[in-house]
Ligand binder design. Sequence first.
Ligand code: AMP
Length: 418
Amino acid sequence: MIQDFNFKGIKAIVRVDFNVPLDKKTSAVTDDTRIRGALPTIKKITSEGGCCILMSHLGRPEGPMEKYSLKPVLPVLEKHLGQKVLFADDCMGESAKKMSAELKPGEVLLLENVRFYPEEEGKPILPETATEEEKKAAKAALKAKQKEMAKTLATYASVYVNDAFGTAHRAHATTAVMADYFPKDKIMFGFLINSELAAMDKVLNNSQKPFTAIMGGAKVSDKIMLIENLLNRVDNLIIGGGMTYTFIKAMGGKIGKSLCEEDKLDLALKIIEKAKEKKVNLYLPVDSLNADKFENESNTNITAVDAVPDGWLGLDIADETIKEFSEVIGKSKTILWNGPMGVFEMEKFSKGTTAIAKAIAEATSKGAYSLIGGGDSVAAINKNGLADKVSYVSTGGGAMLEYMEGKKLPGIVAIRGE
Ligand code: AMP
């Protein structure tokens, strides 16, 4: 455990998630949440007299590309740490090796984007015309190179720390493979991954009742595995957002032109059945805010959720639903929220999502534990300035989803084992 480890005189190589958004024109960092998330781990290492080599990816480059350089992260990191940070403009090669070797206690070195090497991900860059056999051979060759990359990076330090929760679901050289090249007592999670795991385990395995999961977003198909896993654990399952209409249609309702996954109607009915079997209270919206166009400047009306007029689209939950959902949330002791209740990016259809965010904050102030995960629900919480009014806001969308689905994440397994 990182908290019990003393880094005095130790050189640690730390995988962080500095995959931050950059301004298209100036390349300045526009949201430094991820950089701030890595600070406790870096500060622990340097303050104890260790030194710190940081690795990260940024975006999806195909080979070295200036627009995916990690250089814009440097000034932000230096400002937060209050010290100079060294930069190696290639994560492999002689210069990175030399800079790592010469690093002194208390110093921090940031390596250039690890995805400038395709072996980091192990995904070959091939022409579209490549045959299946060529793809297979290229992948096998790259996997061998991935091990080489991990092995080389492992020579830079004596301790490996993984604090990149956002990529923990990827079996990449720096997120998982590297751990194999260190003794078991020299690999550990950083503080960020530790707190993400603690939040998710508390909700999944140690929840106070009643436990309410609120699922929203566009599609049932994206969330089905999470819903299935949650049905074994929750008391209440609230469903909102675009996926609502697949359920309503499956039950024989009229949904107009609302989002619907025609091939998931049976699945929706199975979820309803399973909820009954497991004695989970399933809450679907009762009313719907509809629009005649998928635009903020559309005409709107409110109808029962199963009576959306022909040609209209349901884009948000309406007042009756907000009231009912808020009451359930208000009585909950554990709350998990993933996915918006409507097309919250458009002002006109953001009311439902905002109301749910506020209801969760209110329940938290009365003692409930609330975990918010998934890019859009996190955005909604931040947009409403409620990030410090909920218990935990997860930094890893895809990684959180997979962990909560019950999947084994390569980055977690590499350190914790099964
Ligand atoms: P997800 O990534 O699955 O959580 O989905 C988030 C997206 O779902 C957001 O971009 C929302 O605009 C969209 N969404 C939410 N409610 C609806 C709806 N009623 N109709 C269409 N899209 C929706």
